[in-house]
Structures are given as C-alpha cells and as structure tokens.
Design a protein around this ligand. Structure first.
Ligand SMILES: [Zn+2]
Length: 201
C-alpha cells in the first residue's frame, strides 16, 4: 500500500479540485479520511491474525469498489441528508466520495508488492494488480515504516503520487482563474472599443 499520508494527499488534492459553493470542515475531514479508511483492515491482520487471502483480509473487501460505493452512500445519507435524495448535488457528493475512496484500492493496485487488491469483491475475492506497478509497497506497521525502507517508500510516493496530484491542482486553479478573468478582459476590450468609436465620431 502507499502510506496513509499519501492516500490522504489524493483526498486533499481532490477536495481542492472539487467545485462547491462552500467547502465545510466536515467536507475536508471526510476528504482526508475516506481515502485512508480501507486500510483499517490492517487492524484485522496485525491484531486478529486474519490472513491476507481472507475475504476481510488486508486488501480484501474493504479495498473494493463495492465498499467505496457503500461508504459514499453512507456518507451522503448521514452527513449530507439535508440535500434532497435524488438531487444533483447529492449525486455529486456521492460520486466524489466514491471516487476518493476507490482511489485507495486503485493506487494499491499500482504497488509492486504484497497481495493484489480485491477490487471486485464481494463478487470475487480474486486479487488484482495493474500491469504497471511503479509505486513501492509500504511496510505494514509503524516500526517497520520508521526505517530506511520507509524513507525509500516516501520518496517514491513523492514522485509518483504527490507531484502529479499537486500539478493537477495547480493546473485546475490556473484554468479556473483564467475562466474568471476572461469575462473581465472581454468587458475591458468592449469598453476600449466603445471609446474608440466615440472618439472617431
Ligand atoms: Zn491499502
């Protein structure tokens, strides 16, 4: 798995790119937590010795797209219940929370170690990797992470996840700024044009 910090970086970047009239504290906290939550199954592995090949093992059901969908439905039902049930806004939030939760399993499938990810659970417990796996797998447990190996993993994640995430956010910001500046430029050009016409008359 990429580290929890890196999974949350994806959530924060997505939150920055999300178009909403008001981003509340609740929204930011959920954006950080949702991409981390699937790794709660590590508790089962470390404390209860649930084997990784088990349905509820690490990278099992909780890493699936189905779980991401269930979690997003739960979140909008609990935290966004004021929005009308089939409103566009509620669907927008549901899709957003689905995507950031699903990003966890998908990025894990890009790692170069461990067991594959049960992306299609509960329909199949088969584990999948993408054909291209550039991300260094992170060691399980804090002690193992606080080592040279942990540092190597962090540098790798900086290259493959942090940098592209920040670049996408910056590009989106530039694009939006351009869009908000464009009507202003059009108005300025129209005013200059009117002045020119008047001075010719
Ligand atoms: Zn994971």
């Amino acid at each position: 798995m990429p580290t929890a910090i890196t999974h949350s970086v994806i959530g924060v970047s997505a939150a920055c790119g999300f178009i909403s009239e008001k981003k509340t504290l609740k929204f930011w906290i959920l954006s950080i937590l949702c991409p981390i939550l699937p790794d709660a199954d590590v508790i089962g592995y470390l404390w209860f010795y649930i084997p990784t090949y088990h349905f509820f093992g690490h990278r099992g059901f909780f890493h699936s797209l189905f779980f991401a969908a269930l979690l997003s439905i739960f979140i909008v039902s609990v935290f966004y219940r004021k929005e009308a049930v089939f409103s566009k806004k509620r669907w927008k939030y549901a899709l957003y929370f689905f995507l950031i939760t699903a990003s966890h399993g998908l990025t894990d499938a890009l790692t170069n170690g461990g067991r594959g990810v049960a992306l299609l659970a509960p329909f199949t417990n088969d584990r999948y990797f993408f054909p291209w796996t550039p991300i260094e797998v992170s060691p399980l447990g804090i002690k193992a992470f606080l080592s040279q190996r942990g540092l190597t993993v962090l540098i790798n994640e900086l290259i493959w996840i942090w940098t592209p995430s920040f670049l996408i956010v910056i590009l989106l910001k530039i694009k939006r700024k351009k869009q908000s500046i464009r009507p202003l430029i059009v108005r300025m050009l129209a005013t200059i044009n009117n002045w020119n016409k008047r001075s010719v008359i």
